[in-house]
Write a protein that binds this ligand. Sequence first.
Ligand SMILES: *Cc1c(COP(=O)(O)O)cnc(C)c1O
Length: 364
Amino acid sequence: MKINFIDLKAQYADYKSEIDSEVAQVFSTAQFIGGEKLNSLEKNLADYTGVDYVIGCSSGTDALLLSLMALDIGQGDEVITTPFTFIATAEVIAFLGAKSVFVDIEEDSYNIDPTQIEAVITDRTKAIMPVSLYGQCANMDAINEIAKKHDLPVIEDACQSFGATYNGEKSCNLSTIGCTSFFPSKPLGAYGDGGAIFTNDKELEEKIRMLLNHGQNERYKHKFIGINGRLDAVQAAILGVKLKHFDKEVKARDDIGTRYNDLLEDANVITPKISESNTSVFAQYSIRVEDRETMVAKLSDKGIPTAVHYPVPLHLQECFSDLGYKEGDFPMSEKISTQIMSLPMSSYLKQEEQDYIVEAIKGN
Ligand SMILES: *Cc1c(COP(=O)(O)O)cnc(C)c1O
């Protein structure tokens, strides 16, 4: 059997008539930047998450960058985050001349360990940036409590967790700012790059809207140094269609993730643990194995693609060598990064495909 890691073609086939018609409207009105499709998407994203203000932007990376810019984070500032994440989280911190201060992760959730945060707070700390990895929110209550005590903003890197819930609240609505990505393979994916920023703070919203449009407050009047970080109308139109079907997809992802967990219970692997307070969107379905190389090869021989998110924790990346970290500094992140691997996952994964994958994992 030949299995897709994610089946975006099957999804397009399902929504084709709606998507084609929405995109055709954008083409015929020639409103390619801004306009009605973007405005209605932002409103629908606000309704979906319960957040007051949503700003579409060009990618998850730019959502994170714009959030830090809006909080005036730059040279000499420190931002606390996790080393077990995609590069973008810490890349944007460094890009602004600020410094990532890493805190190790919890063994069960793979998210930042709140009990280790306070020890690294200094008078240069300007924000805490937890990541809700693999589709499960970080322990936001504990993080927000620490942030409140030290008067720090919290930016949730929700690039993998749009649609997840934490104590019944939606991801992206759990902190000062939430940032998500609409990269095609994310749970809510565009047909190109895209992202969104979520906040309940009107001042931040206004500033972010200026920053993503070259810092303009009026046409050709520039209050801030900004970027071109806009979400285009074609992507907004596509996302608008997909958002209508999103709850159904989240439910399917949850069923598939839960079914993987059940089927793999007696296998020699560690399955994801979703805490009582969370529902996960399973942006990745990632298991831990003792001998990853052998498992990857075994599955590959049977036509099953896998991926590793992420093989090298950020404190050991060459581009961050100036931060001065060394091997052994974040033992949990280092251990998990050698064991973790992701299995095929999308709302289109069929039961027989899943059974075949599980058989392959359990077999010799
Ligand atoms: C995907 C991702 C990003 C970046 O999103 P892009 O839209 O690709 O720029 C940032 N952080 C995490 C955790 C991600 O998974």
